[in-house]
Structure formats: C-alpha cells, structure tokens
Write a protein that binds this ligand. Structure first.
Ligand SMILES: Nc1ncnc2c1ncn2[C@@H]1O[C@H](COP(=O)(O)OP(=O)(O)OP(=O)(O)O)[C@@H](O)[C@H]1O
Ligand SMILES: [Mg+2]
Length: 358
C-alpha cells in the first residue's frame, strides 16, 4: 500500500498546553481519511502541521515519502479548503479558480482547460461567469473546492469545509465530495466534528480526543467495535452504563449491575473490577422480539420519544439500577408502547462493548 501522509509520534504544544499528543497515523494514497473529534481536540492543528502552517515539536511527518521538516507550505504537495471559503468577491467563479494558476504563470491555454475541467468536476460549468455574490453558499463552496483541485495537489486538506452550510445542503455536498474524491483520486484529509459526515464519506476515520488518537478504523468497525468508551459515546447512540466485572474467561465476562447479572461476549482485554458497557440503542430488542434473545429482562417504559422513522423508549430495568434507551424502527407503522407499560427486553451477549475502568 502506497502511503501519502505519515505521522510518527508527532507532538505539538502551545505554551504548557499539549494540543497534539504523540499521534501516529498513515493515510493511503487516493483514500478519503477523516480526523473526527470534539471541539479543541487538535484536529485543525494536525491539519495545519500537514500543510506546514504549524510545526511539530517532536516526531516525524512525511508526505509522499519525503520528510517535511523545514519544507515551506508552498513547497508541499498539499492544498487546503477552509470552512469560510474566502473567494475574491470582484472575480468571477472562473477567475477565482484560475487565480492560483496565474500566480504560477501557467500558460493561458492550459489554464483555460484546467479551469473548465475543475468547474465541470464540481458541477459549475454554467456558473463560471458569475461572481460570488451571485452564487449560493453551496455553489461558493464548490468554487473553493475547484480552486484547490485545479492545482492538482497530491493531498487535499479540508477543514470543516461544509460547516457553514445548512443541513440539507451539507448532506448533498457530502455525497458530492465523495464522488469528486473518487473521480480525481486525490488523497483527502478531512477534518470534522460531525460523526455522520465522517461516516458517510471516509474510507478510514481517526477519532481524536484531547490531542490523542483513540481509534483508527473503517467507519463500520468504529461503529460496531469501538475501541474505547469515548469512541463508543461519540459515534452513534449508545447507553454507557457502569457495572462490576466479576470474572473474565477468555473473551467472555460475567458482569453485574445491582441485582442484574449477565454475560458479555467478544470482550477485548477486560479485567475484574469496575467497568462500563456501551450498548447501542438499536441493539436492544423489545416485546416479542426479545423472547428469542439469549439475554432477557423485564423493564418499565418510562418515556416514549416518537421521531418518525424511529421510536425511542426510556426503559427502567426491573431488577437493577439500569436505565436504558432503546430505539426501534417504525417501518411497519405499528402500535407504540406506552409510558408505564411493562415490557420484555433482550439483547445478544455480544451487543454490549465492555470497557475496564471506573
Ligand atoms: N496558536 C495557538 N495558540 C494557543 N493555543 C492554540 C493555538 N492553536 C490551537 N490552540 C489550542 O489547541 C487546542 C486544539 O486546537 P485545534 O484548533 O487543533 O482544535 P480543533 O480540534 O480543530 O477544534 P474545533 O473543532 O473547535 O475547530 C485548542 O485547545 C486550542 O485552543
Ligand atoms: Mg478546528
């Protein structure tokens, strides 16, 4: 596998504050890689080190096999797209896209062709003569994207480029971005705090928290097998509940929460003592569906939240202190449970993920 970007043990502090703490990752050439995490976790700092606008205190950073220490931003094979697209207001879309090529003194004819290609790629051929004031937010962001792609960087760095768009447009642009990335085959490193966005587009996601990387995997593995409690809570909807780990045998653990005892399977490296489980809302089965589940409990429905395609229930388990949220698809349009109902609840032993620690 050819690697385009490699971070090896990179650390960056601002004064006493460690913004990026000994991170290592590599991005395969031609892939869509996302840095995902909450505000302040060090995503932009990581991206800015890639582009050369910040410098690591220690560790190594290679792009296309070349060590980047001492290489100025404009000499790196990278280009950046920002959240605020900063187009020149007095220039047309085509002129904005051409700007970087003019600076490089690209021959006229080649420039015209490349600008036309880039505008076609982002679906704006018909808008090439419009100025930013005559374009919508989504169209302006496409111009910004075309302006970055026209320079044919090896690696395109995108820092929350859809953050300023409304939800519908953002969803549409996510699919567009993925299509464009596939079409041009450029390596994308995409920064976002929006897990849905990262899941939709990425080949691999690095989940960051407090300057560290907690997990790097495909979207599906991150969702199904979160490596840490933080990842389980940050991606998707999971009940995170404290419990006692009583014993561990191989990959199976016996756990207890108040009067409830049950087994969790497919465990990775737990030890007896305090722990937490993460149980996704949709892995909890209710009513008749619970009857076939290997683990079964009784619960009282405390609340019903109807959200259209899904219904959420707040459940208090009868024999322990656990309160769990369960989510059911409403595809059949059937009757809902009501507050106060007593209901059967069940799940597979491998549905919860178990994490050691209080
Ligand atoms: N130039 C700087 N001087 C001092 N502190 C900084 C500087 N740049 C970033 N930081 C701090 O480093 C931490 C990481 O910042 P960074 O911009 O990388 O976060 P982020 O993950 O991109 O967050 P957001 O999602 O809010 O953009 C933050 O706590 C920030 O305040
Ligand atoms: Mg940021």
């Amino acid at each position: 596998m050819e690697l385009d970007v490699e971070f090896v043990g990179v650390t960056k502090s601002f004064g006493d504050f460690v913004a990026v703490d000994n991170i290592s990752f590599s991005v395969a050439k031609g892939s869509f890689f996302s840095l995902l995490g909450p505000s302040g976790c060090g995503k932009s700092t990581t991206l800015r080190m890639t582009s050369g606008f910040e410098h690591p205190d220690s560790g190594q950073l290679r792009i296309a096999g070349q060590e980047m220490a001492g290489v100025a931003p404009y000499r790196r094979p990278t280009n950046m797209v920002f959240q605020r697209w900063a187009l020149f207001p007095h220039m047309t879309a085509a002129e904005n896209v051409a700007f970087g090529l003019e600076v490089e003194r690209t021959p006229r004819r080649e420039m015209r062709e490349r600008v036309a290609q880039a505008l076609a790629l982002v679906g704006l051929s018909e808008f090439s003569h419009r100025k930013p004031g005559q374009l919508s937010g989504g169209q302006m962001q496409r111009v910004a994207l075309a302006r970055a792609l026209v320079k044919r960087p090896k690696v395109l760095l995108l820092d929350e480029p859809l953050g300023a768009l409304d939800l519908k447009l953002r969803t549409q642009m996510q699919l567009e971005l993925k299509r464009i990335q596939r079409e041009v085959g450029t390596t994308f490193i995409y920064v976002t705090h929006d897990q849905g966005e990262a899941m939709t587009m990425s080949d691999h996601i690095a989940v960051m928290n407090k300057g560290r990387i907690e997990q790097i995997d495909t979207p599906q593995t991150i969702y199904d097998r979160p490596a840490t409690r933080f990842v389980a809570g940050f991606i998707g909807n999971a009940n995170i509940a404290p419990l006692e780990i009583e014993s561990v045998a191989g990959r199976e653990a016996k756990v207890r929460s108040g009067g409830l005892s049950f087994v969790i399977s497919d465990v990775d490296g737990a030890t007896p003592g305090k722990g937490h489980m993460a149980l996704r809302y949709e892995r909890i089965r209710l009513g008749a569906a619970a009857a076939q589940a290997p683990l079964r409990f009784k619960a009282d429905v405390r609340d019903v939240i109807f959200a259209g395609s899904v219904v959420q229930y707040v459940l208090a388990l009868a024999d322990g202190p656990l309160e769990l949220l369960a989510e059911q698809s409403h595809e059949g349009g059937g009757a809902l449970l009501s507050r106060g109902d007593r209901v059967d609840v069940g799940w597979e032993p491998n549905a919860p993920r178990l994490f050691a620690g209080g």
